[in-house]
Design a protein. Structure first.
Length: 202
C-alpha cells in the first residue's frame, strides 16, 4: 500500500461498528457500536441501565443526566464512543435499595417527585450541584465571582439556578429544592401549604 493510501485510510472516519469499553458505575462494559450512538442509547438499549430516561432527546429536559468524571452531562447528547477512559455514573450507581444515596433519601423525605420520570436526572444533577459548590464553581446568579457560595449557606435561588437545566413536568420543584437543602444540613420549609386568605374590601 502506498503512503498516500495509508494516509487516506488513517484519516478516514470509522465505518460500521467498533468496540468500545465504558467504565460505568465501577464496572467495565465492552460493546460494539456505531460512532453515532449516544451514551443514553447504550445505557438503555444495550446495557439495560434504564434509570436514565429519554425525554426530549435534544438536551432540553435533563431527564437523561448522568455524571461523567463527576460532571453532569446530558447522555442524549454525549456520543458513547467519546466516553472511553472516563468514569460514568448513572442513578443505578449512586445507591441501592439497602443503602440509598443521601439525596435519594432526601427526595423521598421531601416529596421531590411525582411521576418519577425526571427524578434520576434530577438526583444526578443535584449530586453534581453539591460537588460544584464544594469546588467553588459560581453560577449565573452568583453576585461575587471572587467569593462563591459555600454549601452551608447556599441560597434557595442558587439551588434553583443550578438545577434549571432539569425540568419537572409535574412541578415538584419545591420538594426538589427542599431535598437539596436537607442534604446541605439546612432546614427545608414545611411541605404543608400555606393558605392565605385576603378579605375583600367592603
Amino acid at each position: 500500500m502506498s503512503n498516500s493510501n495509508q494516509e487516506a485510510t488513517a484519516q478516514s472516519p470509522i465505518q460500521g461498528e467498533t468496540e468500545v469499553t465504558l467504565a460505568i458505575n465501577g464496572n467495565a462494559y465492552t460493546v460494539g457500536i456505531e460512532p453515532r450512538v449516544t451514551l443514553l442509547d447504550v445505557l438503555r438499549e444495550r446495557l439495560g441501565l434504564i434509570g436514565s430516561k429519554k425525554g426530549c432527546d435534544h438536551g432540553q429536559c435533563g431527564a437523561c443526566t448522568v455524571l461523567i468524571d463527576g460532571d453532569r452531562a446530558y447522555s442524549c447528547l454525549s456520543l458513547a464512543i467519546m466516553q472511553e477512559g472516563k468514569a460514568i455514573t448513572t442513578i443505578e450507581g449512586l445507591g441501592n435499595s439497602d443503602q440509598l444515596h443521601p439525596l435519594q433519601a432526601a427526595f423521598l423525605d421531601n416529596d421531590g417527585l411525582q411521576c418519577g420520570y425526571c427524578t434520576p436526572g434530577q438526583i444526578c444533577a443535584s449530586v453534581a450541584l453539591l460537588e460544584e459548590v464544594k469546588q467553588g464553581t459560581p453560577s449565573a446568579i452568583t453576585p461575587d465571582l471572587s467569593d462563591p457560595p459555600q454549601l452551608e449557606s447556599l441560597s434557595e435561588a442558587e439551588i434553583k439556578e443550578r438545577l434549571s437545566g432539569n425540568l419537572c413536568r409535574c412541578s415538584a420543584y419545591n420538594g426538589i429544592v427542599a431535598a437539596v437543602q436537607q442534604v446541605l444540613g439546612q432546614t427545608p420549609p414545611s411541605p404543608a401549604a400555606d393558605i392565605l386568605v385576603q378579605e375583600r374590601a367592603k
